[in-house]
Ligand binder design. Structure first.
Ligand SMILES: [Zn+2]
Ligand SMILES: [Zn+2]
Length: 221
């Protein structure tokens, strides 16, 4: 900024006092450019916070192997039609509600499991061997990207005796948790929370395509 325009703070004040308040839109949390209501996100790996980003800033963090503090959340949904998972595995996860999401936290170097409720997301102590077993029985889970994608599991209740598994963007999970937090009533969430979960799963199912073959199999070809 040139010196002739006065101090940055003064010019900022001038802008804010002479212009009418802009229509409150969202802004990129990295460069402050205004962004559409539907936009992409980047995860801060240390704080686990999501940042709303413009396309340009988002693309800076799409490299998967780079040593970076931020990582772009991909926009893909995968289904696992032959998911090897049953009531025993579900019990191992120690999830008190019919829904959980698991992701690999690369800073903590472990898989963490969360479930929604009135306090937002609650972490479940996941026995390490429980994940190892699920992963071994479902080699396609090798596609799950650390930090930015979650394995969403549903089942274990009367309405949904069959388990469903999807890989979903982590921001979609945050959004669902935030929504459920305000709707949750009682032990099982109540009617409104259950309706929100149904709606969420309908969207996930519509957007999902079957997971490709296990990454190891691709390499060995
Ligand atoms: Zn930006
Ligand atoms: Zn956002």
């Amino acid at each position: 900024m040139s010196a002739s325009g006065g101090s940055p703070l003064a010019s900022l004040r001038r802008i804010t006092t002479t212009r009418p308040e802009p229509v409150v839109g969202e802004r990129c949390e990295m460069c402050a450019e205004s962004i559409a209501e539907a936009h992409q996100h980047v995860v801060n790996l240390e704080s686990r916070q999501l940042m709303c980003t413009c396309r340009g800033c988002y693309l800076l963090f799409t490299a998967e192997q780079a040593e970076m503090r931020y990582r772009a959340v991909p926009d893909r949904y995968l289904s696992f039609p032959d998911f090897a998972f049953g009531a025993g595995e579900w019990d191992d996860l120690q999830i008190p509600v019919g829904l959980a999401f698991l992701f690999h936290n690369s800073v903590q170097e472990r898989i963490v499991a969360f479930y929604p409720g009135p306090a937002g997301a609650t972490e479940s102590e996941l026995p390490l061997d429980a994940w190892e077993r699920i992963r071994a029985a479902n080699p396609r889970l090798g596609h799950l990207r650390p930090d930015v994608e979650a394995l969403l599991l549903r089942g274990g209740d009367r309405e949904h005796p069959d388990f469903a598994a999807h890989v979903v963007p982590i921001d979609a999970c945050y959004e669902l948790v935030g929504r459920l937090r305000s709707l949750w009533r009682g032990f099982d969430g109540g009617t409104e929370a259950r309706a929100a979960i149904e709606e969420f799963f309908a969207t996930v199912e519509a957007r999902s395509r079957p997971a490709p073959p296990a990454p190891d199999a691709e390499v060995s070809r």
